[in-house]
Each structure stands twice: as C-alpha cells, then as structure tokens.
Design a protein around this ligand. Structure first.
Ligand code: AMP
Ligand code: GLY
Length: 406
C-alpha cells in the first residue's frame, strides 16, 4: 500500500513513524514533511492547496491519503480526493465543521444528546455581555471559527472576556467546566468508531498551568487515575452518538474524531471536538499503539472497521515534552540554530524545523517534541527530560512539570 501523509508537525512525524513500521505500507510519501521525517519516507515539497495534494496523490498512484492538519480538511481536500476515487483518512469539508465551527459542534452535540457545556451563540457585544452575566465567572469566550489555538480565553476578568469577544463577529460563550481534562480520540469509518486510549495534554505555556493557552506543551498516556471504563463511557456517550448524528445528516465523519473532555463533578462533558489527531497527544499515543497503523487507517477510510474491535496497546507509559521557541506562544522567534543530542533512550519528533544552508534551524513556535517511554510514567518522564535537556536552541523553553506526580 502506498500512503501519502500530509503535514509537517510533530503529530505528522509521529504518524510517519507509525506508518513506516506497518509492513503493509510499502511506500510512504510525505508532503511537505520536515527534516526529522526524511529517513521515514519520501518528502515532497508541496503547498497544502487541494489542487497540489490531489495532483501529488494521482501522480504517485497513492492508495491512502492521511491528512494531518485541520486546515486542508476544512478546505475540503478529502472531498476532492474521494471524488477522484482515492481513499482518504480525514473528514469531508462538511464533517470537518465539527472542528471548523464551535457553534456547529454544539448543535450536533445537542441533537445527539452528547454532554457538553451550556452555551450561547452571540453576534454582538450586548449578547456577549448578557451571556457572560448568565453564567458568571470564570468566563469562557470562544471565537466560532478556526483560530490556530488562539480562539479561546478563560478568565475571571469580565473586561478581558469582553475584549476577546470583540475580536470576532461570531462568539460562543460557555459555562465553565471544572475537573481534569482528558483527550480521547476515536477512529471512525463513518458508521463505526474505535476509541483510542486517553491521553492528557498540558495546554498552558508555563509550569503549574500558568500563562496563556498554547497548542499543547506536553502529554502523557496512559492515565492511571482515570476511571477504568472511560473508553467505554466516552464511546457510548460521546463518540458513537456523534458519528450516528453525522451519518444521519448525510455528512458521515470518516477520520479521527478528537474529543477534548472535562471530567466534571457531574460526569464527562465535551469541551471541544477536533477533526484530526491532537498534537502533542499523538506523540505519546502512536509510540504506544501496537495495532498496525496503515492498515487501520485504510480500513477506516474504506468503511471496513469492525463493530466492537479493539486496538492493541503497549503496557509501557509514554511522556512527551515540547520544546518551544523564544517568545512562544505570543510571538515565536524562528531561525535559531538547533543542536540535537546523539541518540538516547528517547525519540525526538520535529514539529517546527527546517534545514537552512545545511544546518537545522527552528521554523515554528513548537520546535521539537521529545517522547520517553518506560514501564512507569516516572521512567518515561525521566527519559523525555533526559532528551530535552540536551537540546540546544537559544531562548527556547519547556515546561518542567509535564506528567509530574502522575
Ligand atoms: P478549546 O479550544 O475549546 O479546547 O479550548 C482550549 C482550552 O480552554 C481547553 O483545553 C480548556 O483548557 C479551556 N476551556 C475551553 N472551554 C472550557 C470550558 N467550558 N470550561 C473550562 N475550560 C475551558
Ligand atoms: N493538543 C491540542 C490539539 O491538538 O488541539
């Protein structure tokens, strides 16, 4: 099977590793990829337009396209590939609205009876003010559309909440959900959906959950403290009803349904849906997944998953820590020279790097992600931190408390 993977981040690097380890994958092509992935497959310099992806897939006679990031999905690349008869792991433009519009996701959840925060959809500041006062502090203000991790503000300060709302014309105000957050992904063929094991992401920039929200600063899996039946519960209450609702609307969801959950005192509630693998959760899940990845994603893409099937997992734990550029998340500095350690008991995934004049330099806010594995979270953590401490990049920073005490 010839596979084309689209994307260039840490998530795609981890997916490329998983795909390259599946004997059913005879050729792995990656567009555009990053320098860390060059030994795992053939990299193709390509823009991320639908036309460029379709042309590449056709010229390479690709059997399966795996779309990493959300933007091409929301732009309808999966529709164009399917129309051309190419199997694709990733939802249609219509189904990707589960991530592309927070209000659409709310409507689907409400129709499907999926537990989520109560919310108001607002289109002006007076509606916003009324909604804020209905729920009270802490205030949760979300821009409706894709915002690359900058769309959500959670604050006790009513002025800050109003100011964030003023930056968009379409706003969702939500009730605040307390309790720990869990990311739980399902692999869907449009009718059936198979849960993955849960992971936890660390969203805030600095230690002790201080600082602004980011795309994610680290993650670990499994979660020893989570309810033992969490996968079954989330499958029954969240993933399956959502997939059924999307199918009933004539817009089946084929791909990775990412449920961001809060384990509240009143049970599990959905914070958000995404339409693709999470980053950096993928960097701990894929190294633990024993089920061959290529064949699994191909069966999902072709409607061939089996009801009730279960994935196989390593008993080992995994911890990943993100190395962020100076200034991330507000204004990341790029172009800094990177020195990587010689190999060790850890895996370095490239997230925002490129080669310039023969040297590796930073090219994004999240630059590298270092995953450690071991029989316990503590052992995995030790390996991840051993790796990240040896990386040199001027001004870079990382959290010291990922998976600490877990
Ligand atoms: P989202 O992009 O919707 O996942 O929001 C980003 C982050 O904001 C989440 O991971 C949470 O930490 C926080 N957040 C979003 N919605 C809520 C909510 N209703 N209650 C509490 N925290 C939230
Ligand atoms: N780790 C959060 C995300 O992928 O959206």
């Amino acid at each position: 099977m010839k596979v084309l993977l689209i994307g260039s981040g840490g998530r795609e690097h981890a997916l490329a590793l998983g795909l390259s380890q599946d004997p059913a994958v005879t050729q792995l092509h990656i567009a555009p990829g990053n320098p860390g992935m060059s030994h795992l497959g053939t990299l193709h310099a390509s823009d991320s337009s639908n036309a460029a992806i379709l042309t590449l897939a056709e010229s390479l006679h690709i059997d399966l396209v795996v779309i990493g990031p959300e933007l091409p999905l929301v732009n309808g690349v999966a529709d164009e590939l399917r129309e051309a008869g190419i199997a694709v792991f990733g939802p249609s433009r219509a189904a990707a609205q589960l991530e592309g519009s927070k209000e659409f996701a709310k409507q689907v959840m409400n129709a499907a009876g999926v537990p989520t925060a109560r919310s108001f959809y607002c289109t002006n500041q007076s509606e916003v003010a009324t909604a804020l006062d209905t729920f009270g502090a802490p205030y949760v203000v979300k821009h409706d559309g894709l915002a690359a991790g900058k769309g959500v503000v959670v604050t006790h300060d009513r002025e800050v909440a109003l100011a964030h709302a003023a930056l968009s014309h379409t706003i969702v105000i939500e009730e605040y959900l307390d309790g720990p957050e869990v990311s739980l992904f399902g692999i869907s063929d449009g009718e059936r959906i198979i849960p993955m094991q849960p992971a936890q992401d660390f969203k805030r920039a600095y230690d002790n959950d201080a600082g602004p929200n980011t795309g994610g600063m680290g993650a670990y899996s499994p979660l020893a403290w989570a309810p033992v039946d969490i996968e079954a519960t989330v499958l029954r209450d969240v993933l399956l009803p959502t997939v059924r609702e999307m199918a009933a609307r004539g817009t089946p969801f084929v791909g990775l349904l990412y449920a961001g959950l809060a384990l509240t005192s009143q049970g599990i509630k959905v914070i958000e849906f995404n339409a693709r693998f999470g980053d950096p959760e993928t960097e701990v899940l894929i190294p633990r997944l024993k089920t061959p990845l290529g064949a699994l994603l191909y069966r999902a893409a072709t409607g061939a998953l089996v009801e009730g099937e279960r994935l196989e997992w390593s008993a080992d734990s995994a911890v990943t820590v993100v190395l962020a550029a100076d200034g991330y998340p507000a204004a990341p500095v790029t172009g800094g020279a990177i020195t990587l350690p010689a190999s060790g008991e850890f895996t370095i995934f490239h997230a925002g790097t490129k080669v310039e004049n023969g040297s590796l330099v930073s090219a994004g806010g999240r630059v590298l992600t270092v995953t450690g594995m071991g029989p316990t979270i503590e052992a995995a953590r030790t390996s991840a931190y051993a790796g990240i401490s040896e990386i040199e990049l001027a001004g870079s920073h990382f959290r010291r408390d990922i998976a600490l005490g877990k």
